[in-house]
Design a protein around this ligand. Sequence first.
Ligand SMILES: NC(=O)c1ccc[n+]([C@@H]2O[C@H](COP(=O)([O-])OP(=O)(O)OC[C@H]3O[C@@H](n4cnc5c(N)ncnc54)[C@H](O)[C@@H]3O)[C@@H](O)[C@H]2O)c1
Length: 364
Amino acid sequence: MPSIDVELGENSYPIIVDYHILNRVGELLKAKAKSSKVIVIADTFVSKHYGEIVSDSLSDAGFDSRIVDVPPGDEQKSMEWFARLHDGLVDHRMDRVSTLITFGGGVVGDLGGFVAATYMRGIDYAQIPTTLLAQVDASVGGKTAINHAKGKNLIGAFYQPKFVLIDVALLQTLPRRDIRAGLIEVIKHGVIMDAPLFDQIEANLDAILNLERAILIDVISRSCEDKAKIVANDERESGVRETLNYGHTFGHALEALTGYNTYRHGEAVAIGMNCAAQLAINLGMMDSVDGTRQRKLLKRAELPVHFPPQISPEKLIEKMYLDKKTKRERLRLILPVRIGEVVLREDVQQSRVAEAISQCMQRG
Ligand SMILES: NC(=O)c1ccc[n+]([C@@H]2O[C@H](COP(=O)([O-])OP(=O)(O)OC[C@H]3O[C@@H](n4cnc5c(N)ncnc54)[C@H](O)[C@@H]3O)[C@@H](O)[C@H]2O)c1
């Protein structure tokens, strides 16, 4: 099966990307597992539609497996679910050589990954991401977390899986809105480091949104490869990994201001990327032609590019300062130089940021 290697020394692992490979999870795990005990932490919807394929594959390969369902929703990334899943692991008599599998979107990936990182001080786990966002972003790089009342993802660990299995066919049941919101992370990889990927998305957007098999495998693999390269250079986000934050400082602030229930994460990031590009153009860092190319692609993908009119630039900037990635009271902005290259800027005046936000505001 085609795979991409995330090179992290003794924590290295493969990401396998193909079509209709869910039924091969047992066979794959057999080559890696230290014992026959397995628990699958699954999103309820995903479990209902695809759970049997996973259970059959695991039992055919000789595993003693159990599926534990977690209802959809970010609120499940909680202490309560964290404790409840540990109960499930104890109940299934999981020990230090047992394996955990996460099966769903970024929510069960982050939650289940953190359970794997902590149960008996860390057990092996594998990820089967089932949303586009989780396939190209959340499952690559080993960030696991749950939320705290004071903020998202405040409690967690860097903990790498033993492998990631991406079955692109599972996207057929994903709502269109989630496909578009996940695609933003692929477009982002194009803008921050991979101009040919950006060109490829521009040329094949309709086929991608129609989930055509060959192009989908291609862009998902390429996107994972890009993120894997960054992660390999900076596993714990102390340098280059920060470029992945392109559009996110604005996006996170918008999500926080709108109570996390108006925009999908990817939609807020799309607006953030458009604003970051506008700021870069204003600062003379990027040609407006590249900014227009990005904006046109986002719009063709039916992603929003403007802040809603009720948002005040000052309030948004205030929230941007609260982002946990803001260090030493300075805004750290990832800004584009061209399609395929971004830089970190910590010296941009607040008035210039406010100006760019105003320019990207939806007009009446
Ligand atoms: N660890 C990381 O590096 C990282 C990166 C980005 C985002 N995240 C986290 O990921 C989470 C968001 O992930 P998400 O967007 O995947 O959301 P999600 O896990 O909530 O899934 C979104 C919805 O899609 C449904 N779903 C999942 N797979 C499906 C399928 N194949 N067909 C039909 N429906 C399906 C789920 O039931 C859910 O309702 C956030 O908590 C975010 O913090 C983590």
